[in-house]
Design a protein around this ligand. Structure first.
Ligand code: SF4
Length: 273
């Protein structure tokens, strides 16, 4: 059972909701995956400071200048300078230069991310930290998914809870693809609703059943009805909760999960597993 928690925008409360749900899932069956590899903080939200294990991941590629003849015109991203050298921060690793001028350019693997293993009350938590300036976060999430599913099979765990990145880009698609259920956290703001609708389009593209949680519902109660109308009645999602603006959540970290869980329909989520 793969449950992915997503939101259209950052700061919607996705990680807090994920960490709260982690508290009610069976600890001997669950595996946690923080797929927000640009800014992973599920471990922090669960009060974990140091990973148990760390591994360099060299899965990404960039081009390097290996010849004598510079070809800055070969790069559509402007990553090649007049002297022929490649700016690794601008290189997308597309390989176009190496294909066109193999005597001058070739692709090399680079340290793209650190893969991190944590343990929370006996529950494994896997994540990665993208190195500054590196691209390929979708590829890293796919790698994490493969590793998590392999370890789950080895350890007899069958509930994977994924904290997806914000937005609807490659890492979000890599998180949602193959999920059995999605939980969309909708921030009760005009941009929060609009961005959550964008992620809902991805969820529907993959035909994933979904539920939604409205965060900061009490700030503008009139908008709650609009969210219910769109996400529930029109798009067929089940409402899993309405979380008010809780000041305690902002004052302490890790947040007081028992307070957040008061507002989430935990029984409905447990029925899925
Ligand atoms: S691999 Fe692609 S992005 Fe990188 S320098 Fe070559 S053409 Fe540019």
């Amino acid at each position: 059972m793969i449950i992915t928690v997503a939101s259209g925008k950052g700061g919607a409360g996705k990680t807090t909701v994920t960490a709260s749900i982690a508290h009610v899932l069976p600890k001997d069956k669950t595996y946690l995956l923080d797929a927000d590899v640009d800014t992973p903080n599920l471990a922090l939200a669960l009060g974990l400071e140091k990973p148990e294990k760390k591994e360099e991941w060299w899965g990404g590629v960039v081009s390097e200048f290996v010849g004598n003849e510079p070809h800055p015109e070969a790069c559509p991203f402007g990553a090649i300078g007049l002297d022929g050298t490649v700016n690794e921060l601008l290189c997308e690793g597309c390989g176009a230069c190496a294909k066109r001028f193999p005597e001058s350019y070739r692709l090399k693997n680079v340290h793209t991310a650190d893969i991190l293993w944590y343990s929370w009350n006996g529950v494994p938590l896997l994540t990665a930290e993208l190195m500054p300036g590196r691209s390929g976060s979708g590829k890293i999430v796919t790698e994490l998914r493969m590793r998590a599913e392999k370890e789950m099979a080895e350890k007899g765990r069958d509930v994977l809870l994924i904290d997806a990145a914000a937005g609807r880009g490659c890492p979000v698609i890599a998180s949602l693809r193959g999920s059995d259920y999605a939980i969309i956290v909708v921030d009760n703001t005009p941009t929060g609703i609009e961005d959550a609708l964008q992620v809902l389009n991805v969820v529907e593209h993959f035909s994933i059943p979904f539920g939604y949680v409205i965060n900061r519902a009490d700030i503008v109660p009139e908008r709650v009805e609009k969210i219910e109308e769109i996400f529930g009645k029109r798009r067929g999602g089940e409402k899993l909760g309405e979380i008010p603006y809780i000041q305690d959540v902002l004052k302490t970290y890790p947040p007081p999960f028992e307070r957040v869980l008061e507002y989430i329909n935990v029984e409905e989520i447990l029925k899925k597993i």
